[in-house]
Ligand binder design. Structure first.
Ligand SMILES: Nc1ncnc2c1ncn2[C@@H]1O[C@H](COP(=O)(O)OP(=O)(O)OP(=O)(O)O)[C@@H](O)[C@H]1O
Length: 763
């Protein structure tokens, strides 16, 4: 931390009973020797259990401080040289009384704390953890400057510089009390159980909890938070514990766990689980959130472990002079637990949401301690900046200021919930035991001590109560209601689609208004006979309005039905046509016979006509192709040698030849005598005649300036061919095709341009 917290050493000359210089020196030497011995003994017993009875020098029993609860304890000063030393109470009978008398006491007295907490709600729980001395520190013969007593009290000893001969024997001590303190031998599990396990339980109850590690670089923050494979840290243990507890309770409700992992590096927020562009922080109802942060739904602790490993691989770590694997960013792992349970007493569904934030801060550091020149210095500056912002926030919160400068850094914005929100917060201050890091250790402990005074808002559960259907019948009612609502919505949707289709039809009509419109008769009776409502609801495949799968399915089914009807109608029509043709042939033969008789040249004529009829029938039979031939020849014109016949000649009684020869219009006048030898007229011939008509129309349209477009002609040809093949040029089938959605559009176009010529046979 950038703020120095050097002790103010007060002079207490008046307490010194020695006035002579000689006497004074003697006493000092004695005191020093005794103190030294005591310190050595204390160091040796450092990790032993709490001393219940501690004997100190009998010679110098220090007076009690005027105010036990004052933050500053009295220091022993002898003569002009101030000697600050640890001293222990003569008899300590309980842990409460174990507070040393001499050392500086910066912490709040336990009694006051409890009372204040009672009044003002919860406060941040602060713990201190000392790591073991590392190899480098041992090599440099550094001394241990931290002593943990009573699992709560932390004593710091400042040794004078070895080169400073004048102050060689000067030793300064400080004392702090925390909610808990861990020696270098404390296990990871011990740390987790004391600091975080309660928070995990609270999260399952729907409360928010935060744990953050704070300390100098290399002090053991990442070790505490993440740990190693053999010694997993708080994050890992918390996740395992959380899923273990969820498994135990899964019988009475269902839990959903979401996970996110981010880092703040050089004042940019990054997603560690899905690295990409920097994230932007914004404030919403839930507090400060990183927009676009990936939230993974996790179902087991193993899954979380994998994600955690993945995130840690993405985390920015670089070797510095102090730490081989120094974390250069602040990392925040957030686990959101949603829990739904049926409350039998209130007959409602209880929905609880708890959030656990586990934060591994980057190390507070001096530039000299790491690297001065490189990127590390920029990182260090940013780390210090965010930690300075953090200390400002802590100060403002402690002083009860209205404005807390959270916005000064991304870190404080993200920690807003943990520091000043409705949250159970735990701070673990990591320190090094080495005298070489005394400055950093002192700063860390100072800020940890300060953080204890932050008052948090009373942590409520994030709980909602939803009404629960009471009985089975209620549930059925609910289902029925929902189904009804669904039906209504579907109807509304269908109505909207109808409106859309109507609009489309209108726009289509307005587009085709520039072209010659087919008459109502041409568009055939089936269309006009249908109710308008029905027509509007029919989905248009060509227009692409069948956007919902259901409508598409319905449309497809309708098409299949129409096609099946078409096939049936075609078959019936073919049968009918066969009969008609045979009748017509018979009729014509009879006529010829009649005429011949009249002319009195019966014998000769009979022979010639029979020959002609036979010839015509033979030629027709020769030209009649199968389906494949029809396809391959359908674009060819009829043979030039054949007499060009019109459609009317064959299919209808509008045929001029029939009128001329017979003078009668209807088939009812035709003689019913069948001619077994006369073959039916060729279907190909009919098609060719029809096609010729189409060709003529196309030729006419090609001449017109409006329809010169080649694409139009191509469509026209293609449609004509399709109609010929599919309907065998049968008018009634064509009428049916008008209702077939995929064809109707083209057929209408065709008809609109060919109505004059084909109107009669089609109706
Ligand atoms: N309690 C402990 N027991 C054993 N080893 C520890 C302990 N605490 C820290 N260490 C070791 O100390 C070294 C530095 O620890 P760590 O990387 O956790 O420090 P840090 O505070 O996270 O540093 P930085 O801020 O630079 O990332 C590591 O090698 C780690 O294994």
């Amino acid at each position: 931390m950038p703020v120095s917290t050097r002790s103010k050493i007060t002079s207490e000359n008046d307490l010194n009973p020695h006035h002579g210089l000689k006497e004074k020196l003697k006493t000092l030497t004695l005191l020093y020797e005794q103190q030294k011995q005591q310190s050595l003994t204390a160091m040796r017993d450092r990790n032993s259990s709490i001393p219940t009875t501690t004997t100190v020098t009998k010679t110098f029993v220090l007076p009690q401080p005027p105010n036990q609860d004052s933050k500053e304890n009295h220091n022993l000063t002898v003569g002009s040289d101030r000697i600050v030393a640890f001293s222990y109470p003569k008899k300590v009978t309980s842990t409460k009384n174990a507070v040393p008398v001499v050392a500086r006491r910066l912490s709040m007295p336990a009694k006051v704390k409890e009372e204040e907490i009672g009044k003002c709600g919860s406060r941040i729980m602060v713990f201190v953890r000392v790591r073991p001395m590392n190899k480098k520190e041992k090599e440099l013969n550094s001394r241990c400057c931290v002593r943990i007593v009573n699992q709560r009290d932390v004593y710091l000893t400042e040794f004078a510089n070895e080169n400073d001969y004048l102050r060689l024997n000067r030793v300064k001590g400080r004392h702090f009390t925390f909610d808990g303190s861990f020696t270098d031998s404390a296990s990871q599990l011990q740390v987790y159980a004391t600091t975080t396990s309660d928070l995990v339980e609270a999260v399952l109850q729907g409360r928010n909890g935060s744990v953050f590690c704070y300390g100098a670089t290399g002090a053991g923050k990442t070790y505490t938070m993440l740990g190693t494979v053999e010694n997993p840290g708080v994050m890992v243990l918390a996740i395992k514990d959380l899923f273990g507890k969820i498994r135990q309770r899964s019988c009475d409700g269902s839990h959903v766990v979401h996970l996110s992992y981010l880092e703040v590096y050089n004042e940019t927020v990054r997603d560690l689980l899905c690295p990409g562009r920097p994230l932007v922080l914004r404030e919403d109802k839930q507090g400060i959130v990183a927009a676009g942060l990936t939230q993974y739904r996790a179902s087991s602790a193993d899954e979380v472990m994998t994600l955690l490993q993945q995130g840690n691989r993405n985390r920015t770590t670089e070797p510095t002079r102090v730490n081989e694997t120094s974390s250069r960013s602040h990392a925040i792992l957030q686990v959101v637990v949603e829990y739904r349970v049926r409350d039998a007493t209130t007959m409602s569904i209880v929905n609880r949401v708890g959030k656990l934030s586990l934060i591994d801060l980057a190390g507070s550091e001096r530039a000299l301690a790491t690297d001065q020149r490189t990127l590390r210095s920029l990182e260090g500056a940013n780390i210090n900046r965010s930690l300075l912002a953090l200390s400002s926030c802590i100060n403002a919160l402690v002083e009860g200021k209205k404005h807390i400068p959270y916005r000064n850094s991304k870190l404080t914005q993200l920690l807003k919930d943990s520091l000043g929100g409705i949250c159970n917060t735990v701070m673990i201050a990591n320190i090094s035991p080495s005298s070489l890091s005394f400055g950093e250790t002192q700063n860390t402990v100072h800020w940890a001590d300060r953080a204890k005074e932050i008052r948090l808002k009373v942590s409520d559960t994030n709980e909602d109560q939803l009404p629960m259907p009471e009985t089975e019948t209620d549930q059925t009612k609910l289902v029925l209601e929902l189904q009804k609502e669904n039906r209504e919505l579907r109807t509304q949707l269908a109505q909207q689609q109808q409106k859309l289709l109507t609009l489309e039809a209108q726009s289509l009509a307005s587009q085709s208004s520039s072209t010659p419109k087919p008459s109502a008769a041409t568009l055939s009776t089936p269309i006009s006979s249908q109710p308008s409502e029905k027509r509007r609801t029919r989905p248009s495949f060509l227009a692409g309005t069948c956007f919902t799968p259901e409508i598409k399915k319905k449309g497809a089914e309708a098409t299949v039905r129409t096609l099946q009807q078409t096939v049936k109608a075609l078959e019936a029509e073919i049968e009918r046509m066969k009969k008609d043709h045979s009748l017509q042939l018979k009729q014509k033969d009879d006529l010829i016979r009649e005429v011949s008789q009249k002319c009195g040249k019966q014998a000769l004529t009979n022979g010639e006509v029979g020959k002609k009829v036979a010839t015509r029938a033979a030629s027709v039979q020769e030209k009649e192709p199968n389906n494949g031939e029809l396809k391959s020849h359908r674009l060819r014109s009829p043979a030039p040698t054949a007499k060009k016949r019109s459609f009317w000649d064959i299919t209808t009684n509008h045929s001029p030849s029939v009128t001329t020869l017979n003078g009668r219009k209807t088939r009812s006048h035709v003689l019913s005598e069948p001619t077994a030898t006369a073959p039916p007229p060729s279907m190909l011939l009919q098609l060719r005649v029809f096609y010729e008509g189409v060709e003529e129309e196309v030729a006419r349209l090609q001449g017109s300036s409006v329809y010169k477009s080649s694409s139009f002609v191509a469509i026209f040809y293609a449609t004509a061919q399709r109609i010929i093949v599919q309907s065998s040029a049968n008018p009634s089938v064509l009428c049916m095709l008008l209702h077939s959605p995929p064809l109707s559009y083209r057929v209408k176009i065709l008809l609109s341009f060919s109505q004059k010529k084909w109107r009669a046979p089609f109706i």
